[in-house]
Design a protein around this ligand. Structure first.
Ligand SMILES: Nc1ncnc2c1ncn2[C@@H]1O[C@H](COP(=O)(O)OP(=O)(O)OP(=O)(O)O)[C@@H](O)[C@H]1O
Ligand SMILES: [Mg+2]
Length: 329
């Protein structure tokens, strides 16, 4: 992987130099990603060409996941990007729900004082008795007291609200302050197959706690030019946590979100992303659709709110791609 050094003084290539996926030449091609049959050569003797996906690379097919291996501790993964509004919470909810659909027992951790993950699953911030704040700061609170069902079969939630913002200040005075989340999540490793942590848009102590508790990081990144700025700083933070606190930490993948294949701009950003991060970029890309906001208002994942929508299918595909990347799956 490269170091993402385009960040900081970003220079987009001249438009004419940007190779476009063959499928993306016209406006209707935004749908090409979901349209397997009609683009294949009709003649049976023509060699089968792999379809070019929205990242400009041949699109592999992802197998249905294998059954869960019993007795293995959960894989812990943080959704992390210090830029706001890039799809961290949306990805946590919908990847979690898709993994649950595929037979994994999932725990979502709302680790953002904004509490969007909790609200996005229909909880009211002021009606929560106990939140992750209590779990972090009170030694007598155990995880079972704080976990609530998410409304999705097989998926639970550790909720959060604005109280968590105080933890960031109070943790500074704690011994092993960076390992606090790891310590409180330890009993859940045996109960779940996957734990997804929704980080806040900052690289402060809460995010360092999330990275220290994690096996992997997924970086959601809006397919918009300024989204590329700051990724180098994020990578430096991940590298520092790996060196100093958590040697097993891996980048599981970079996820393009809010992609609009009809615009040259989205395709250019995707092109730069693949140049900088290579195969770390997921083949799966999440397109821009208003259904995600609608699902948030309804307090449900898109896989429940609009189960047969393209957005739901994209997150199901992401779940298969993620499982194919995780060791031992
Ligand atoms: N693929 C998408 N298409 C359209 N809208 C989207 C998409 N993904 C997310 N959104 C919307 O964009 C907004 C921001 O998304 P989200 O809350 O997931 O980002 P975030 O990175 O968690 O933000 P924050 O940094 O504030 O926590 C939300 O209103 C969400 O509904
Ligand atoms: Mg969020």
């Amino acid at each position: 992987m490269t170091d993402g050094s385009f960040v900081g003084t970003p220079a987009m290539p001249p438009r004419t130099e940007v190779p476009r996926p063959a499928e993306a030449e016209n406006e209707a091609s935004m749908l090409a990603f979901e349209r397997p049959a009609t683009t294949a050569p009709a003649a049976s003797d023509a060699p089968a060409q792999p379809e070019v996906g929205p990242t400009g690379r041949p699109m592999p097919s992802f197998p249905d996941p294998r059954p869960v291996v019993a007795g293995r501790p959960a894989r812990v993964v943080s959704m992390c990007n210090q830029k706001g509004g890039v799809g961290k919470t949306t990805t946590t909810i919908n990847l979690g729900a898709s993994l649950a659909e595929q037979g994994r027992k999932v725990l979502l951790v709302d680790f953002d004082p904004q509490g969007s993950l909790s609200v996005g699953l229909g909880l009211h911030p002021h009606e929560m008795d106990l939140t992750i704040y209590n779990l972090l700061m009170q030694r007598d609170v155990i995880i079972e007291e704080v976990v609530v069902p998410s409304g999705v079969p097989g998926m639970d939630l550790l909720p959060s609200n604005i109280d968590l913002s105080a933890a960031e200040v109070q943790l500074v005075h704690e011994v092993a302050r960076e390992q606090t989340l790891q310590r409180v999540l330890a009993p859940a490793l045996e109960q779940y197959d996957v734990i997804l942590i929704d980080c806040q848009p900052s690289l402060g102590l809460l995010t360092v706690n999330a990275l220290t508790a994690s096996d992997g990081v997924i970086v959601p990144l809006e397919c918009e030019y300024f989204a590329l700025r700051g990724v180098a700083l994020l990578k430096t933070t991940i590298d520092k946590v790996r060196e100093r606190l958590n040697p097993k930490l891996e980048i599981d993948g970079v996820l393009g979100t809010m992609f609009d294949g009809r615009t040259l701009h989205s395709r250019e950003v995707m092109e730069r992303l693949v140049q900088a991060w290579g195969d770390t970029v997921f083949h799966t890309v999440i397109k821009r659709t208003v259904k995600f906001s609608d699902a948030t208002v309804a307090g449900e994942p898109i896989t429940a709110y609009a189960s047969s929508s393209a957005g739901a299918d994209s997150y199901r595909q992401l779940a298969r791609e993620v499982l194919a990347r995780w060791p031992g799956e």
